[in-house]
Write a protein that binds this ligand. Structure first.
Ligand code: NAD
Length: 273
């Protein structure tokens, strides 16, 4: 079974299941991305700040898979926000990745204390017009940030990549995204591995003969999220991809919905970065 595509508001399509490489070293990324490609992933999520774009690019070029068959995302780091610096940042990312375009370029954090995301966004719009990035989006943007981008530039991000997992379900943002035609991409979709011992999830997993990680990823796909789980362990990389051939019941969905917690955030708050 192949990975479903999610249609974005600029007409392009993103594979709903991808592979993330945060906290994977540059050299380690070569082997990890190779494993992911072998397992069947065709969507890779990196960022300038991860320090592994060069390794990711090496793996992609060495794989023999056509560039057009890979969906590649990278992100502009906070220190590079601003109109001119955004052009330089993408140029540096493309050089490290060894490619002449990325499929998706994201502003990594809104950084309200700098208040430069509008200028940055205007640069991203031009980079898209130049064909150096196919789609543009944001990450960790709050509702007010997204509204400001749309109001000031008339260009709606294709997606917002946010922390989202059963313990932190982001229902308000998800409803807002849907209204605006913005896709929701879940980072730390497995809660960084910290929610895998949950008893309710274990029970659902046992019932389906699946692992908790697989149950969580199936839940994300069912509710329309794009997911980019990370692992450097080959068996887990394969396990996280093997989620396309089973279904959760509505009872399973109810039980997972009930795990949402007001204070369930694991990563940093966008207010404070
Ligand atoms: P994740 O939720 O994907 O969890 C990864 C961890 O869970 C692994 O390190 C491992 O310890 C464990 N794990 C993974 N698969 C497992 C399995 N099958 N069984 C048991 N344990 C397993 O966390 P993440 O890496 O934080 O998030 C995924 C990706 O999201 C990142 O690699 C990155 O690409 C992206 N991300 C983006 C932002 C952002 O600000 N935009 C922030 C964090 C992460």
């Amino acid at each position: 079974m192949s990975v479903p595509g999610i249609k974005l508001n600029d007409g392009s399509e993103i594979p709903q299941l991808g592979y993330g490489v945060w906290q994977v070293g540059n050299d380690e990324a070569v082997a990890a991305v190779n494993q992911a490609l072998e397992a069947g992933y065709r969507h890779i999520d990196t960022a300038a700040v991860y320090g592994n774009e060069e390794g990711v690019g090496r793996a992609l070029r060495g794989s023999g898979i056509a560039r057009g068959d890979i969906y590649l995302t990278t992100k502009l780091w906070n220190a590079d926000q601003g109109y001119d610096s955004a052009f330089r940042a993408l140029d540096a990312s493309l050089k490290r990745l060894g490619t002449d375009y990325v499929d998706l370029y994201l502003i990594h954090w809104p950084v309200p204390s700098q208040d430069r995301f509008l200028d940055t966004w205007r640069a991203l719009i031009e980079l898209r017009e130049q064909g150096l990035v196919k789609s543009i989006g944001v990450s960790n943007f709050r509702i007010a940030d997204v509204e400001r981008v749309i109001k000031e530039t008339d260009v709606t991000p294709v997606l917002n990549q946010i922390e989202l997992h059963p313990q932190f379900q982001q229902n308000e943002l998800r409803v807002f995204h849907e209204k605006k035609g913005i896709a929701t991409e879940a980072w730390s979709p497995l809660g960084q591995g910290k929610i895998l011992e949950n008893a309710d999830l274990k029970q659902i997993a046992a019932k389906h003969g699946k692992t908790v990680a697989q149950i969580i990823l199936r839940w994300h796909l069912d509710i329309g999220n794009i997911v980019i789980p990370k692992s450097v362990t080959p068996s887990r990389i394969r396990e996280n991809f093997d989620v396309l051939n089973f279904k959760l019941t509505s009872g399973d969905h109810d039980a997972i919905s009930a795990l949402n917690a007001q204070d369930g955030r694991i990563g940093p708050h966008p207010d404070s970065i």
